[in-house]
Design a protein around this ligand. Structure first.
Ligand SMILES: C[S@@+](CC[C@H](N)C(=O)[O-])C[C@H]1O[C@@H](n2cnc3c(N)ncnc32)[C@H](O)[C@@H]1O
Length: 224
């Protein structure tokens, strides 16, 4: 499927799949959405609540690497260690991600952003002392981890275009992959997705959404 560059409302870029009329990020602000949903309501929430200094993250849809890069940047200003696993079935090539210009938009180093894309798949690579990344090239339906992650960034394409990714089956996999007390954050607030999460065992909160979206969701795997 053809992907084209699209400028979003906060001035940052995303990729658009014209055939689906679907974007990798919100048209109302790609960086604004990622910072709100995944960094503020996911990463910061985790460290503020659990008072630990290490987190193990699973990202559903590595895509442009924006969430991974923003998480890495957080380790430069906080005493945090992050083990990050990004799952992606359709990797982008470096020529598609460079024009997104995330490092300059964030006033940060391009070297680490490019490394996130250049490191080999299926191996754990140290981006810094505080940030290690494992990229796995596979479909979400193949995820079989158990009690492995503290935090899931659930950033699949929307339920309108990929309803098969917002089902009880997929959320059961997410639930199993999380440790007790683990959380999943997503930009979506769809009622069917929320019911599927609850059936899978999650406790679900609706939170104020990023610019242009009333609500988002955070789901918690209760402590047994
Ligand atoms: C909303 S985009 C990802 C956005 C990404 N987090 C970012 O910041 O660029 C969804 C991603 O899921 C990937 N994807 C779609 N269906 C998939 C599947 N069944 N299994 C694995 N990856 C899939 C797409 O290729 C795309 O990169």
């Amino acid at each position: 499927m053809k992907r084209t560059l699209l400028k979003t409302a906060d001035g940052s870029y995303t990729l658009q799949i014209q055939e689906w009329d679907e974007q990798y990020h919100s048209k109302h602000g790609a960086i604004a959405e990622a910072l709100h949903v995944f960094i503020k309501e996911g990463l910061h929430f985790w460290f503020e609540n659990f008072k630990v200094n290490e987190v193990s993250i699973l990202e559903i849809g590595f895509g442009t690497g924006l969430n991974s890069y923003l998480s890495y940047l957080e380790t430069l200003n906080n005493p945090w260690k992050i083990k990050y696993t990004g799952v992606e079935a359709y990797p982008l090539n470096i020529e598609e991600v460079k024009p997104l210009e995330y490092p300059s938009a964030l006033n940060a180093s391009e070297a680490e952003f490019l490394r996130l894309h250049q490191i080999p798949w299926e191996e754990t690579s140290k981006i810094s002392d505080a940030f290690q990344l494992t990229k796995q090239k596979k479909h979400f339906s193949e995820i079989e981890d158990q009690n492995t992650f503290d935090l899931i960034y659930f950033d699949a394409f929307g339920i309108r275009v990929q309803p098969e990714l917002w089902t009880e089956d997929i959320f059961k996999k997410m639930y199993t992959a999380l440790r007790p007390n683990g959380i999943l954050v997503t930009y979506a607030a769809n009622g069917n997705a929320r019911r599927a999460m609850k059936t899978a065992g999650f406790e679900v909160e609706r939170l104020p959404g990023p610019p242009g979206k009333k609500e988002m969701m955070r789901a918690t795997k209760p402590k047994d």
